[in-house]
Each structure stands twice: as structure tokens, then as C-alpha cells.
Design a protein around this ligand. Structure first.
Ligand code: SF4
Length: 196
């Protein structure tokens, strides 16, 4: 009797089926203005999931998250800590670009959240790294600020999170490069301790 797919194959298949749904989704008004939806990318068995706010201009054109200037900066900082995109899963709170990169509206976040929750449930990362205030507040509420909790470990429902500044902040203000780098170092050390 033929056995079903391996669990690892199943995870990839499930992520791919979410991506397919996202690409044709019209569950909120961002679906009408996007070029391409940006479901997420990376390893289905990643120890770290990065969650950003939403796609920017280059992501909207390519359909891949974090390929613009901020994404390239994040790549360089990950490599400096011995990490790479292959070790991670990367996605956003909303999968379609808000016009002019505005902050996504609560109704858009609510409409898109089922995809994010499904992605995280499939990947089951050791740590979810929240990039910026929108991702932080989605999970922890409006009273939280990235300036106060970046680089710390937060726990909710037995899931560990580490909020850090969004790499776009470092493009606007280079003093954040060192802050983000230092937080990524803590994240890499945490993962190392967890998987050893
Ligand atoms: S942002 Fe999310 S909910 Fe809105 S259309 Fe895009 S995929 Fe659908």
C-alpha cells in the first residue's frame, strides 16, 4: 500500500497551497491595487520566521518578500550572524502592498491574518522575529513599542517572539543598523542554544 507524503513534503505542499490562495485573494481592498500578492518565502522547517508589515514597491512587482533595499540590508545582516534566508521563513502581516506603503488598516490586517496564522502553524518556528511596530502590535497589542522591547524575548501561548526594528528604519536612520545587528546576534545565539 502506498504511503502518504512525508511530513516534510506535506509542510511544503501546505505552504504552497496557501501561496496559491493568496495569489488570487480578493478578501480586502488591497487585492484591487496590488500588482502581485506576496505570500512568503523560505524553508518550511525554519527555526526563525520573520514577519514584516507588508510588501513594498519592489516586492509588489516581484511577488517575493524583502527583495527591496530593506530586504537586501536584512540579508547582509543575517549573513553577518551566520544566518541566511535558507534558514528562515519570511512573510508579512498583509500579503498585498498598501498604496504608497501606508500602514495597513485594521480591516485589511484582519482579513489577511488567517494566512499568517496558517503559515506559522505549518512552519512551527522556534522564534518569530517581528520586524517593526505593525508586526509587534498585531501579536501583542497597541501598548507595545518596538523602541521599548526590541531584542527581548516575549512569550505568548508558549511561542517565543523577538521584536526588532524593521530594516527600513535603518535605511532612514543609519544609527539603527548597529541596533538591529546586535538584536540579530541575540536571535542567532538563541537559535543556536535551542537547536544544539
Ligand atoms: S492583503 Fe491579504 S486579505 Fe487582502 S487581498 Fe491581499 S491576500 Fe487577500
Amino acid at each position: 500500500m502506498a504511503l502518504g507524503p512525508q511530513v516534510s513534503d506535506l509542510k511544503e505542499t501546505l505552504l504552497a497551497s496557501i501561496a496559491e490562495e493568496v495569489m488570487s485573494c480578493q478578501n480586502c481592498k488591497l487585492g484591487a491595487t496590488r500588482t502581485k500578492a506576496v505570500p512568503g518565502v523560505g524553508s518550511a522547517y525554519a527555526h526563525i520566521c520573520f514577519v514584516g508589515e507588508g510588501p513594498g514597491r519592489e516586492e509588489d512587482l516581484s511577488g517575493i518578500p524583502f527583495v527591496g533595499q530593506a530586504g537586501r540590508l536584512l540579508d547582509r545582516m543575517l549573513i553577518a550572524e551566520g544566518l541566511s534566508r535558507r534558514d528562515c521563513y519570511i512573510c508579512n502581516i498583509v500579503k498585498c502592498r498598501p498604496p504608497n506603503n501606508r500602514v495597513p488598516e485594521p480591516s485589511e490586517v484582519a482579513a489577511c491574518s488567517l494566512y499568517l496564522y496558517a503559515q506559522l502553524a505549518i512552519v512551527e518556528p522556534e522564534v518569530i522575529c517581528l520586524l517593526g511596530n505593525t508586526a509587534l502590535r498585531f501579536f501583542f497589542g497597541e501598548q507595545y513599542s518596538i523602541g521599548q522591547v526590541h531584542g527581548t524575548i516575549l512569550v505568548k501561548d508558549e511561542q517565543r517572539f523577538m521584536p526588532i526594528y524593521h530594516p527600513a528604519a535603518a535605511l532612514r536612520n543609519p544609527q539603527y543598523v548597529q541596533v538591529i545587528q546586535s538584536d540579530l546576534r541575540k536571535l542567532a545565539a538563541l537559535i543556536q542554544r535551542t537547536v544544539d
